[in-house]
Write a protein that binds this ligand. Structure first.
Ligand SMILES: [Zn+2]
Length: 343
C-alpha cells in the first residue's frame, strides 16, 4: 500500500492548549506521525511517497475563500499585534448570543469568529503543514482513483473537526472532505467512514445537505465527549442529504464487541449507498491506552477493524486523524492497514 508523507508537518509544533480551564502541553505533536512512519517502514507496508502539489481549487470546493485567506495570514497578523510575545494564536473571546459576529478586522475578532475552541493554536508553521496535509490526502485519493486498491494519507494536522468556515479540535482544513469532493468531481460516488473516537463534526457539517457523499461516523457519545455540540444519533442529514448522515454515538468504555457491531452497520450503510470508493477518517484514539479518550479498543482489535473494512471490497483511501498514545500509535495504525491488506 502506498503511503503519502511529507516532513512539512514537523513545522507545526504547538506548545500548549487550554483544556479543563488550564494550559496544558498539547497531545497533537509531530512525534505522532513520525511513530507511524517508523512502523510503516519496519513492516514494509509499501513505498513512502512525497505528495503531489495540488492547486487551491480543490480546497475552495470545500472551504470559504475568506476562511482560507484568514488561515493563511492569521499568524503574521497575530505577531504584528503581539510582537513581543512568541505564544501561538488562540482565541479568547467569541461572538456568542447577543454579540455581533465580525469576521474582519482585529485578529482577536477573527480568531473568535473562525475557531470554536482553545485547543487549536496557530503557530508559525501551522498553515504550511495544514496546506501540505491536503496535498497528502489528495495524492492518496488520486492513487486510488487511478486504480490502486488502497492508499494511506499520513496527514497532519488532522482535519475532520474543520467545517467550511470554522476550525477547531486540532484541525484547520478538512483533508478527508477535500479528498472526497475531489473524487466526486472525478465522477466517483464516495462515502466517508469516520472511526476516530471523536465525532467528525466538520465533515458532517460540510456534507449535511448533500445526497452525493455519505457520511457515517462511529464515536464517543457527544453527551459526554468532545465536540459536545454535534454527533447525536438524530442528526440524519437535511433536505437532499436526508438519511445520508449516520451517527453511531457509543458509551464510555465501549469495547470491541459493541464497536464491531456499529462498524458492521456503518459499512452496510456504505454499501447500500452504492459507494464506489471509500474514505476512512482513521483516528486511533479509540485505543484503550489513549491518554484523552475512554474506549477499550485493543491493538489486536485494530487488525480486525482493518479486515472488516477490507471485506467491504471497496477501493479505500485511509486518511490519518487522531490518536495520542505515542507508544502504541504506530502499531495500532499499521495494524488497521495490515488487517485490510490480509483480506
Ligand atoms: Zn479524535
Amino acid at each position: 500500500m502506498k503511503t503519502f508523507y511529507a516532513a512539512t508537518h514537523l513545522e507545526h509544533s504547538p506548545k500548549e492548549e487550554f483544556e479543563q480551564g488550564r494550559a496544558a502541553p498539547t497531545v497533537e505533536i509531530p512525534e505522532r506521525v513520525e511513530q507511524v512512519k517508523r512502523r510503516l517502514e519496519e513492516r514494509k507496508i509499501g513505498p513512502l511517497l512525497k505528495p503531489k502539489a495540488f492547486g487551491d481549487e480543490a480546497i475552495l470546493r470545500i472551504h470559504d475563500s475568506d476562511f482560507v485567506r484568514f488561515l493563511t495570514g492569521a499568524y503574521p497578523k497575530w505577531r504584528e499585534k503581539y510582537w513581543n510575545d512568541d505564544a501561538d494564536a488562540v482565541p479568547s473571546v467569541w461572538p456568542a448570543r447577543g454579540l455581533r459576529e465580525m469576521r474582519d478586522g482585529d485578529i482577536e475578532k477573527q480568531l473568535g469568529s473562525y475557531c470554536f475552541d482553545t485547543a487549536t493554536p496557530i503557530g508559525k508553521g501551522t498553515w504550511s503543514a495544514a496546506r501540505e496535509a491536503v496535498n497528502i490526502a489528495l495524492s492518496a485519493a488520486e492513487a486510488v482513483h487511478s486504480g490502486e486498491r488502497a492508499a494511506f494519507a499520513l496527514a497532519r494536522p488532522p482535519g475532520h473537526h474543520a467545517s467550511g468556515d470554522v476550525y477547531g479540535g486540532y484541525c484547520y482544513l478538512n483533508n478527508v472532505a477535500i479528498a472526497a469532493q475531489w473524487l466526486r468531481d472525478q465522477g466517483r460516488r464516495p462515502a466517508i467512514l469516520d472511526v476516530d473516537y471523536h465525532h467528525g463534526n466538520g465533515t458532517q457539517a460540510i456534507f449535511y445537505r448533500r445526497d452525493d457523499v455519505l457520511f457515517a461516523s462511529i464515536h464517543a457519545d457527544p453527551a459526554f465527549a468532545y465536540p459536545h455540540y454535534l454527533g447525536y444519533a438524530d442528526e440524519k442529514g437535511e433536505g437532499a442529504g436526508e438519511e445520508k448522515n449516520i451517527n453511531f454515538p457509543l458509551p464510555r468504555k465501549t469495547a470491541w464487541p459493541e464497536y464491531s457491531h456499529a462498524l458492521d452497520r456503518a459499512l452496510k450503510a456504505v454499501k447500500d449507498f452504492g459507494t464506489d470508493i471509500l474514505l476512512v477518517s482513521l483516528g486511533l484514539d479509540t485505543f484503550e491506552g489513549d491518554p484523552i479518550c475512554r474506549f477499550k479498543i485493543t491493538t489486536e482489535d485494530y487488525l480486525r477493524m482493518g479486515e472488516i473494512i477490507g471485506r467491504a471490497g471497496l477501493p479505500s483511501v485511509f486518511v490519518f486523524e487522531g490518536g495520542y498514545n505515542i507508544e502504541h500509535l504506530g502499531v495500532n495504525t499499521v495494524n488497521v492497514l495490515e488487517g485490510f491488506l490480509e483480506v
